[in-house]
Design a protein around this ligand. Structure first.
Ligand code: G3P
Ligand code: CA
Length: 260
């Protein structure tokens, strides 16, 4: 693993922008991805869900109620409807007042392909597969990544073991991470079985399961901790030599790490 990913052996943790640079732009949108890329952080994390017409789309929830002006299940909507939904203006006005980017025009739920296109100029993607993905759906994603020429710049992650199994079987060349709220020693079995490169715990799991996390690190596995926005946590994580910190505030984290 360390041979394939020499960066993980560095002492400074990777900066991973959670749902794009979601501290400055609506999560899982192209502006959030672009802002993270402009910052030059090591990875941009986004979430992937399948639309009603079988297209991979970038959104966190099973419904569009929280992050757009519309309502409905992603699995019941066509990709075109999801792209047409307004995933930004109300948030720009509410959470990010004064930042409404009139010039950018409409901002919808992006397709995977649109996010991959954003990476044409550089950057790496940490792609979270939400829930269960069939081998056929995964093949579709793999094809999009291949077509974009990004197989070496994308890493997959999932909480779902069946999805990891399908990823391992269908696209073994795509590195995989196991996501865990609370990692357990028994996860080592899954780690070996699905040949994952990292086990990514929640910040709570990182603290509560220190012994297990240390075992993972000693075994040469990556550990990318989510989601941490506090300097007090960053200090602890950097001290603990984790491989990466997944944060909504990658700009602040970069500054924090640079000043250490
Ligand atoms: O990157 C891991 C983290 O994103 C998992 O939690 O709910 O933000 O997708 P969630
Ligand atoms: Ca995620």
């Amino acid at each position: 693993f360390l041979r394939a990913h020499p960066d993980l052996s560095r002492r400074r943790p990777w900066v991973v922008a959670h749902r794009g640079y979601s501290g400055v732009a609506p999560e899982n949108t192209l502006p959030a991805v672009d802002a993270a890329l402009a910052l030059g952080c090591e990875f941009v994390e986004v979430d992937l869900v399948v639309s009603g017409d079988g297209r991979p789309v970038v959104i966190h929830d099973p419904t569009i109620d929280r992050t757009t002006r519309s309502t409905g299940f992603v699995s019941a909507l066509k990709a075109a409807d999801l792209h047409a939904a307004d995933a930004a203006s109300w948030l720009w006005a509410g959470s990010f007042p004064g930042r409404f980017p009139e010039a950018q025009g409409h901002i919808g739920v992006p397709s995977l392909e649109a996010v991959l296109s954003s990476l044409a100029g550089g950057g790496r993607l940490l792609l979270e597969f939400k829930d269960f993905w069939s081998p056929a759906q995964i093949e579709q994603v793999a094809e999009a990544i291949r077509e974009a020429g990004l197989m070496r710049r994308v890493v997959a992650q999932s909480f779902n073991l069946d999805t990891l199994e399908a990823l391992h079987r269908v696209v073994p060349e795509l590195p995989r991470c196991l996501l865990r709220h609370l990692p357990r020693r028994e996860d080592m079995t899954h780690i070996e079985h699905y040949d994952v490169i990292a086990c990514n715990p929640s910040i709570r799991g990182y603290s509560a399961r220190q012994e297990t996390v240390q075992e993972f690190l000693s075994a040469g596995l990556g550990v990318l901790v989510w989601t941490s926005d506090r300097p007090t946590e960053w200090a602890r994580l950097a001290e603990g030599e984790v491989s990466g910190i997944i944060t909504n505030q990658p700009g602040r984290l970069q500054g924090f790490l640079a000043a250490r």
